[in-house]
Design a protein around this ligand. Sequence first.
Ligand SMILES: C=Cc1c(C(=O)O)[nH]c(=O)[nH]c1=O
Length: 312
Amino acid sequence: TTLATTIGGKTFDNCMMNAAGVRCQNKKDLDALVQSNAGAYVTKSATPQERAGNPSPRMHTLLKASINSMGLPNNGLDYYLDYVIRDQQKRPDSTNFLSVAGTSLEDNLAMLHQIQDSEYTGFVELNLSCPNVPGKPQVGYDFDRVHAVLEHVFDFYTKPLGVKLPPYFDLVHFDQIAAILNQYPLTFVNSINSIGNALVVDPRSEQVVIRPKGGFGGIGGAIVKPTALANVRGLALRLKPEIKIIGTGGIINGVDVFEHILCGASMVQIGTQFGYEGPALFDRLAKELTEIMAEKGYSSIEDFRGKLKTFD
Ligand SMILES: C=Cc1c(C(=O)O)[nH]c(=O)[nH]c1=O
C-alpha cells in the first residue's frame, strides 16, 4: 500500500501535510515537519515584511473546533524564502510549499516577482482567503478580484503555483470560481481555509473567547468537515483535471483523509488537529489510512480518488 501522490509532476511519498499557519512560523517548527512523516510542509503565509499580527488572546480551541484571528503574524517573506531555498539545497528531491498572503495586490505581485527571480523551484500557495486582517475582505469572495490577481500573476509567474480558497456555500459560486480558475495554468487549488468570521461565546464568563474583532474569527476543526468535503467535491467536479485539489478542513483521523480523497483531493492538509497533536499526527494518520485502504483492497490513493458515489 502506498500513500504517494503526484501534483504538478512532483511525487510526494505521503499525501498528508500541515495546513499553513499551524506550527510552521519558525525554523524550529519547519525543521520538525521536515523530520516528520508528513509528505511536505507549507510555511506560514508570508507578507513582504514581518508582522506581529493581532493582539492575544487570538486563538481558542474547543473539543471539535478552533477559532482564530491571528492576523497574519509571520517573519516576512525573506525568512521563509531563505528557509525553503536552503532546504531544497539540502534535500534537492523534496518539494515543499511557500505560502504568501499579501494584504494588497501590489504586495502579492512584489512577493511573487521576488520568488520568480529567486532560485526557489518548489510550489507557491497564494492565499486568497485570510479572514482576519481587520478592514481587509477575503479576496476569494470577490470573483473580479480573483480574476484580476490571477491575470497579473500569470503575466510573469512561471513556477508551480496554486491558490488557497475560502469555503463557498452556493453551487453557483462553485460554478463561478471554477470558471475563473480554469482559465489559468494553476498547479493546484487548496480548499478550504477556515470558515471566516464565526463567533464563539463563553456562557460562564458571558464573554467572547478571542480579543480581535470583538471575538469574530475563522473556524477550523472537525466541525468544518462537511463544508470542506463539499468544496473539495464541488471543485473536483468543475476544475480541469490538470488542476489538482488539496483538501483541507476537519481532518482528525485516517477516515477523514479517506473521505477527502474520495471527494477528489490529491493531497490533504491538517491544521487544528496538527496544532493539538504535533508531528506524530502524520504517523497515526498514515497508519489509519493504510489500514482502511488494506481493508477495502486499495493499493494506492488513485484506486479511489474522486470516486465518491451518488444515488443516481
Ligand atoms: C493568512 C492568514 C490566516 C489566518 C490568520 O493569520 O489569522 N487565519 C486563518 O484561519 N486563515 C488564514 O489564511
